[in-house]
Design a protein around this ligand. Sequence first.
Ligand SMILES: NC(=O)N[C@@H](CC(=O)O)C(=O)O
Length: 438
Amino acid sequence: MSTIHIKGGRVIDPGQGVDASLDVWLRDRKVLAVGREGPGDADEVIDAGGLIVCPGLIDCHVHLREPGNEEDETIATGADAALAGGVTTVACMPNTIPPLDTPAGVEYIVLQAKRAKKCNVYPVGAVSKGRSGGELAELGRLVEAGAVAFTDDGAPVANPSLMKRALQYASMFDKVIMQHCQVMELTDGGVMNGGYQSMRLGIPGMPPEAEDIMVARDIRLAEVTGGRLHIQHISTARAVEVVREGKRRGVRVTAEACPHHFTLTDDRLESFDSHFKMNPPLRTSEDVQAVIEGLTDGTIEVLSTDHAPHAPEKKARELNLAPFGIIGLETLVPLVVTHLIGPGHLDWPTAIRMLTVAPADLLGLGHRKGSLAPGFDADVTILDPSARWTVDPGRSRSKSRNTPFGGWEVTGRAHTVIVNGEIRFRHDPGERGDLPAG
Ligand SMILES: NC(=O)N[C@@H](CC(=O)O)C(=O)O
């Protein structure tokens, strides 16, 4: 029976409506108490003075690459990068090789994550067999094996009839269909956002309407089926507006935004640097502003990373041949602090909600994760809200280095991370890249 006492921190637990200087006690892999009085006999005491103590952060959109592309990432390395980013739970995407479209594939992820003993990993199953968009996967069997949601991420579920059936069938298990919204016929061969910059640079574009159209289509399908729809990595102003309007009609639609879509714009591609190549692509400043407004007004309720590691030699290829995607687990917190909380777009409780109780509810984990209520899992993230440091790709715990944020001076980082009642990450003070306070 081990007890951890986290004392003197600012406890922010939006699920419980808590934002106060309180102590937290963990015992036997569960939250024991949050308050000013607790058991005196702790095995470990953590001084959280000047720090933020919150439920373990949950990232619902992470590519771990295992099985099949272990040269980019493994479950162990990705789950370790999550810890360094303050993330205690990830939902991993099914675009592995083979894809997660069978119970055995889902069970493999669960087993490998347990062996790694880093962050918690929950598999997201494929919607269609082989992620081919042709035939529904056996969703019920995938749920039994441990799938917490379904997506064909990396590809849309393009066939509207299949999408409609997926929404209907998944709702039998109260699971969400996460959609990568892209009309492929409009983006074929595209490398960056389609618009003024792509024309100016002579780079094939992916027009925003490729996202807008599928978002609108799928919201209508969710409306007629009553199914649960989640819009992944939303990136366009029109998509945000369509989600806002769908919510007004009572449609069961949620949405997530990733840091690159609220910090970067498509003019960055003038560098022809593939670290600015991801899908959906970087959009215009109007789109960035709309994503921020969507976060501010609650249209977008989840923050995620779409952590998409690619080995350096793959990203070193010329722009139109390099794969889409960037890593993000270790820059999530600093980019949220620096570019959402710092400028006043979000307050701390709202930002923490988007990384705890909101993704927990999305993944059906809200009864045990995403809050510090007594009896909940002892997953705790302790953040240093004022730490200033410089992003150094070479120090990432990911196997890959493909971040566009290298060299950025940021504020905020993970201090201590506890998973299942065990301290699994401590930031070592004076680490290279730390900047003087002030
Ligand atoms: N988001 C990305 O840019 N890349 C994703 C797949 C995808 O969604 O295209 C990946 O798996 O690399």
